[in-house]
Design a protein around this ligand. Structure first.
Ligand SMILES: NC(=O)c1ccc[n+]([C@@H]2O[C@H](COP(=O)([O-])OP(=O)(O)OC[C@H]3O[C@@H](n4cnc5c(N)ncnc54)[C@H](O)[C@@H]3O)[C@@H](O)[C@H]2O)c1
Length: 452
């Protein structure tokens, strides 16, 4: 036997051995899971695995989150403290700021942020930092999974080289997979359990191991052939939403001019049982996905000398919606002989969508900024967000009562939180501008709606 043949046989057996050992640990639930980043994505995932009786260690750079988690105090609306307390008490979940905890983990899942830079370029610094941290502790027999949303190629071009710099080889010593997170914050209907999970590994064993792992928390796992397919799937899902929301936002503006209710049109179109899916207009898109992901894809496409015109146009239309809402507020105030400057305007809801406490990229923040720049006396209310900083000024959520409502020249419903008593709001306000269609089918002389 030549040296080369002997080496190949040795490597093949290491590959199979590492795969089989890890597969057995996953099967028996003795695999220890490390979750890097305990935010909106990482915390629910860590809790789900702990509830499935896996020992989970969450690693987060924020000591406050770590301390709260270890005390069983939740910092997210989607995870009740009682639930968190039970998983911490059971001994299956704990958190630390110490990266060295990764040494014990058999599977490491990366759930760190993927923001944009000031010039709207992908900022992969959190992924790079997390991958460098893992590279410090990676060992034979581990599975590393990237869940952060990013452009196709990140797992292979960014994470892999950092892990390979340790001398370990993917598919032989350790395994590497991309699996996009698909949480729907605030939703009681869609959970990790009933939302299919997509996995795409660097090689077949990486895919298989990730699929085996996720089957313990998700009813359905879909395997794709590469990390790139899984990465593209995630950005495509979000770009699909961005494009459709932009289209319906444009339609809402046209409907206003044509004196047609866009809401009535959407309701009628929704009766078609095939070939149509309802999207709704609003003050713009928010959160850590839909406003950002089109730019991730657009940036990567440029490497291929490809310009994603359609996708960028959609992002642009959605981004101009807060300005449109401000213009519409000016027009609404005009009908009461008031100008925007000097008027008192109340924004209801600053979270980027209903029933959540996430302010990131929220269109309400932009609306508040624009109103402030135009000399408006602005206030806001949000049941979940107690203060916001706009142009270096801290605003605190007001107490929402009859007296307060009646003191504003215009009340703008920017986020349709379920807790809002819409009849009470309409009855006690001088003027209400509904940007979400949540007041339908109400009609009142002081009520106007986007898209009508
Ligand atoms: N929020 C959503 O609805 C959602 C849905 C699907 C996908 N995603 C994607 O998931 C990823 C995470 O998003 P999120 O909303 O959970 O973000 P988040 O900001 O809520 O949480 C990220 C966490 O990572 C921690 N962190 C950052 N760098 C770290 C490091 N080097 N080591 C340890 N911890 C670190 C932060 O302290 C924070 O707690 C993003 O790529 C996002 O696009 C988010």
């Amino acid at each position: 036997m030549s040296n080369q043949q002997a080496k190949t046989i040795k490597k093949d057996s290491a590959d199979v051995l590492n795969y089989k050992n890890l597969a057995a640990k996953i099967e028996k639930k003795s695999a220890v899971i490390g979750v890097v980043g305990l935010g909106y994505v990482g915390l629910p995932l860590a809790v789900a695995f702990a509830e499935a009786n896996f020992h989970v260690t969450g690693i987060d750079a924020d000591p406050q989150k770590v301390s709260k988690l270890n005390k069983g105090i939740s910092y997210l609306l989607d995870i009740e403290s009682e639930r968190l307390k039970a998983t911490v008490k059971s001994g299956f979940l704990k958190a630390t700021t110490e990266g060295s905890a990764l040494r014990r983990a058999d599977a490491i899942i990366i759930c760190v942020p993927t923001p944009l830079t000031k010039t709207k370029e992908p900022d992969l610094s959190f992924i790079v930092e997390a991958a460098n941290l893992i590279a410090r502790y990676v060992r034979s027999g581990q599975l590393v999974i990237l869940e952060s949303t990013t452009y196709p190629g990140t797992t292979r071009e960014v994470v892999l080289p950092l892990l390979e710099s340790t001398g370990l080889q993917v598919g032989i010593d350790y395994f590497l997979t991309f699996s996009p997170e698909r949480i729907d914050p605030g939703s009681k209907k869609f959970t990790i359990k009933n939302t299919p999970k997509v996995v795409g590994g660097m090689e077949p064993h990486s895919t298989k191991l990730a699929a085996m792992l996720y089957k313990h928390v998700s009813e359905k796992v879909i395997e794709v052939s590469t990390p790139e397919a899984a990465e593209m799937d995630k950005v495509f899902e979000n770009v699909f939403r961005s494009v459709n929301i932009a289209m319906v936002n444009e339609l809402a503006k046209l409907c206003e001019r044509m004196n047609i209710s866009v809401w009535e049109v959407i309701k009628a179109a929704s009766s078609k049982p095939f070939g149509y899916m309802a999207f709704y207009p609003g003050p713009g898109v928010g959160g850590h996905c839909i406003p950002l992901d089109p730019y991730y894809l657009a940036a990567k496409a440029k490497e291929y000398n490809f310009h994603t015109r359609f996708i960028e146009l959609a992002a642009e239309i959605n981004e101009t919606m807060p300005e449109y809402i401000v213009t519409s507020t000016i027009e609404a105030l005009n009908t009461t002989n008031k100008s925007l400057k000097g008027s008192k305007v109340l924004i209801l809801g600053v979270a980027y969508k209903k029933d959540i406490e996430d302010l990131r990229e929220s269109p309400s923040e932009r609306i508040l900024e624009l109103l402030m720049e135009r000399g408006t006396d602005v206030s806001y209310h949000d049941p979940y967000i107690h203060e916001v900083k706009i142009h270096h000024k801290t605003l605190k959520s007001i107490k929402l009562d009859k007296k307060a409502l009646s003191s504003y020249d215009c009340v703008v419903i920017a986020t349709d939180h379920s807790s809002y008593d819409l009849d009470f709001i309409i009855q006690n306000s001088k003027l209400v501008f509904d940007t979400r269609g949540c007041t339908i089918p109400r009609k009142a002389a002081n009520l106007i709606r986007l898209g009508e």
